[in-house]
Design a protein around this ligand. Sequence first.
Ligand code: SF4
Length: 292
Amino acid sequence: MPLKLTPTFAFSQSSLQSYVNCPRRFWLAYVEQLKWPALEASPYDENERQLRMGSQFHKLVERVEAGLPTELLADGLEHPLDEWFESFLRHRPVDLPRDVVEVERVLSAPLEVEAGRYRLAARYDLIAVGGEGADRRAVVLDWKTNKRVTRRSTLQQRMQTLVYPYVLVEASAGLPWGPLAPEQVEMRYWFTAAPAEAVSFGYNSELHTANRARFEQLLNGILGGERESDFPKVADTEENRRRFCGYCIYRSRCDRGVEAGELEEYDEEAFSDEDLERALEFTLEEVQELAF
Ligand code: SF4
């Protein structure tokens, strides 16, 4: 019997990243769906504020892309949202394709493994598609409001960099803009901390095949588990406690310390904004709408 997941469950970059970082975290968050009241980072208020600002920034960008007047949107913004918004207006990439621009779009692709057919879903901040013939291309943009820019080598390893281009290629054939070859897709991260220096990743058929194999391997590992003990905690080292447990809501349950990690020492490179992503998990309606 494969692992029992809720009927609306769709794999995502954040659930796969949880599993890669710490299998136990996947079990607690996505199988048991346990809400555990440990603070993720300290000071708590500042962490909450940071998450709220990140979410507001995404909403502001969505409104700009929908054509609402920027002067109205900029009026009365809290700091540092005002600064982020100004950076966005000044440094929104100018080279994006223009035929189709989709904001906050959720797409999914099927993944077939031994245990059955599952969905891999992604919520995109912005997808821009355009051009004809050899010039046809698609850019996936992701806005990051982290305090620090994540290193390129770390981004390259992150599940998001694998999942987003993969799902776009797989889902495009059934969408109004039509099929996209992996070579036509680019994944780009834009940081409020360095708005003029977006980090870009090309994509190709070789990566696409390798990504599919990786997802299948991860799903086989996850679905082959039955109980909590099949999902071990990340090794108990000082570094893992600092990088993962200190910012994980389950640390008291796991007996990995009681103190929240300091927000100022938050190691974006290791942990990213996973908890913000989790707050943006798919709604039931969205998941039901995702056709195979
Ligand atoms: S506290 Fe540490 S061991 Fe426990 S789920 Fe979180 S990351 Fe894993």
